[in-house]
Design a protein around this ligand. Structure first.
Ligand SMILES: [Zn+2]
Length: 603
């Protein structure tokens, strides 16, 4: 073979580089991503047998090496131009090129020159995605779609720069030219060699599949099918985004009835932090007795009150957020499915804080607002805020943002309500300092084979350790001020327990499954500063009472009323039976797991 197989070399190099770099994490006998060596071996045997018989009967043939390399080279270029993950994840170059090769070859064989009709729009869209990824670091989703649809002429014009227009026109021309060249190469190869090389590449992809290192972008997201998937999902998400938002929109404001704040004047500069966390299970935090030291800072905080048994209302972020922030006791987007007395009667608790003089601000992570549904719900719940802050990529930017806010308001003694909601321990469990992970080896894959389970659990514990540091950093900014830090996670996560379940699988299929497992038991705690308790004897009394509730099984339904109870806001929507600061507080009696680890049952 005299032709230098440069494209093939690039693909193979891209494929193996991450593997070599992370070889210590690679278990040769148990390849990740549900791949299996047995499958690869079988495919190899089938391939060899096929090739032997093919020699005799010549069912299929391969093009000459020169033509094959030419085809691969063109498709590789096309793939780099149109798949946003080809650049960021080199191990996917082989797959995106192979998939695109097969799709283009089939399209050309069936449609000949009409293959432009199928390929050009999707590839052009993919190309715009690559451009947008490089310029604005965004991958297409329903948020981007809505922003594009809803933006005003002026906003739209911001993107219509001479550079962007030239790029759009040049991109279309380049794409058309490349597809033209490709069709010429396909023609010169002829149908049978084209089918032969497609099958050969697919077989290679399958045989090499166990070598794919762990990555968070699944194969179905790359190449044209990925573009198509993102487009169709964006449109679908847009269509069904309304259910939760509509329920919230119809609720009267929690401030629609007169309320008061009898124990505070409003100029104490008191700070209520409400941190709605992501995916942290109660049995994985050391302050609840978990053997591994995942939460050294929170555990050491003076006066920590932790509810070991707190039950999430749902496995879905948006619905859990809705329960936690409104006076709902349960949540279902079909409200008819839950008893009337469990349904919400008013909107977000933030309205009540605002009506009682609190300056409300929200601190979100970079992953928030990834979909219309999530963003719509969050914005509806947080509409009382005077400002919103998003971190760029690391949640640790938030403490500095809070410091800035406090410095800017230094002269203003108003009371403050700070809502925090960020990535936390959301899949793929990657929000932590990856250069210095406390628990190693750690790995971010979903659906790991059993030999990677510990590494994925390590990654999960690392994210909790990082949240612990985050909480400490925020509290450092609040030091010396009267503050109370209230934390509750939105839902838990499966960690390969319950018959090898991971993430939040099965939660939508089996009714009752989620609430029967530890994935429904979430971390929840409160930390008071001594200055806060000194504000008023009634608030200190409430804090004492709150401490007594820590042995109770509680749920998301308690937080609306408890937040009001902590500062003493009186409202007709307030119920003392659900206020953990009240001697009337009643435990949660809804569905819950009964497989508590021993340390979760201890006082
Ligand atoms: Zn969540």
């Amino acid at each position: 073979m005299s032709v230098p197989f440069l494209p093939l070399l690039i693909m193979i190099a891209g494929y193996f580089t991450p593997l070599v770099a992370n070889f210590d994490q690679y278990d040769i006998f148990n390849p990740p991503n549900s791949a299996s060596w047995l499958g690869s071996l079988l495919m190899l045997v089938v391939g060899i047998v096929f090739l032997v018989y093919n020699k005799r009967y010549a069912w299929l043939c391969l093009p000459s090496a020169k033509v094959f390399v030419a085809m691969l080279g063109v498709v590789l270029g096309l793939s780099l131009l149109t798949c946003p993950f080809s650049c960021s994840e080199p191990e996917l170059i082989f797959h995106s090129t192979t998939l695109l090769f097969c799709i283009a070859a089939v399209a050309w064989l069936l449609l000949r020159n009409f293959y432009y009709v199928i390929l050009l729009p999707l590839l052009y869209f993919g190309m715009i995605e690559v451009g947008a990824y490089i310029q604005y670091h965004t991958i297409f989703n329903s948020m981007v779609l809505v922003e594009a649809m809803e933006c005003s002429r002026e906003e739209f014009m911001v993107y219509i720069t001479p550079t962007n227009i030239s790029l759009l026109v040049a991109g279309l021309l380049v794409l058309t030219a490349v597809l033209y060249v490709l069709s010429r190469v396909f023609r010169s190869a002829g149908p049978r060699p084209l089918i032969g090389s497609s099958l050969c590449l697919l077989a290679c992809m399958y045989i090499l599949y166990p070598f794919v290192p762990n990555h968070s972008t699944s194969l179905s997201h790359i190449s044209i099918n990925g573009t198509f998937k993102r487009l169709s999902r964006g449109l679908r998400d847009l269509k069904r985004s309304d259910a939760t938002v509509n329920i919230l929109k119809e609720l009267p404001s929690s401030a629609s009835k007169p309320s008061e704040l009898p124990y505070l004047n409003g100029d104490e500069g008191c700070i209520v932090v409400f941190h709605i966390g992501e995916s942290i299970r109660a049995d994985r935090v050391s302050f609840n007795g978990y053997e591994r030291n995942t939460t050294p800072n929170i555990a050491a905080a003076p006066g920590l009150i932790s509810w070991k048994r707190c039950i999430a209302s749902t496995p879905l972020t948006v619905n859990s957020l809705s329960t936690v922030l409104t006076d709902a006791r349960r949540w279902d987007d079909n409200m008819g499915a839950i008893p009337e007395e469990m349904r919400p009667t008013c909107g977000s608790v933030l309205e009540l804080f605002k009506a009682n003089g609190f300056d409300v601000r929200c601190y979100f992570g970079a992953m928030k607002s990834r979909s219309v549904r999530g963003d719509g719900v969050l914005m509806q719940l947080a509409s009382a805020a005077v400002d919103y802050y998003y971190t760029e990529d690391d949640v640790m930017e938030t403490p500095a943002l809070i410091r800035k806010q406090l410095q800017a308001q230094a002269a203003d003694k108003c009371n403050k309500f700070i809502l925090i909601n960020n990535e936390g321990s959301h899949t793929p469990f990657n929000m932590y300092d990856q250069d210095n992970p406390p628990f190693t080896p750690s790995m971010h894959i979903l659906n790991p084979s059993s030999s990677y389970a510990d590494a994925v659990r390590n990654a999960y514990d690392n994210t909790i350790h990082y949240t612990d540091l985050f909480v400490q950093r925020v509290m450092d900014e609040l030091k010396g001020r009267p503050f109370v830090y209230v934390y509750v996670s939105d839902h838990g996560e499966y960690l390969g327990d319950y018959d090898g379940t991971w993430g939040r699988a099965r939660t939508g299929v089996e009714k009752g499954f989620f609430h029967s497992t530890q994935a429904a038991a979430v971390a929840a705690f409160v930390i008071y500063s001594p200055e806060f308790k000194a504000l008023h004897p009634k608030l200190a009394e409430a804090a004492e009472q709150l401490k007594k509730s820590s042995n109770m099984t509680i749920a998301h339904e308690h937080f609306f009323h408890t937040l009001l109870g902590i500062v003493g806001i009186k409202s007709p929507y307030y119920k003392s039976q659900l206020d953990l600061c009240s001697p009337d507080a009643q435990p949660y009696d809804g569905p819950m797991p009964n497989d508590w680890p021993d340390y979760m049952l201890e006082k």
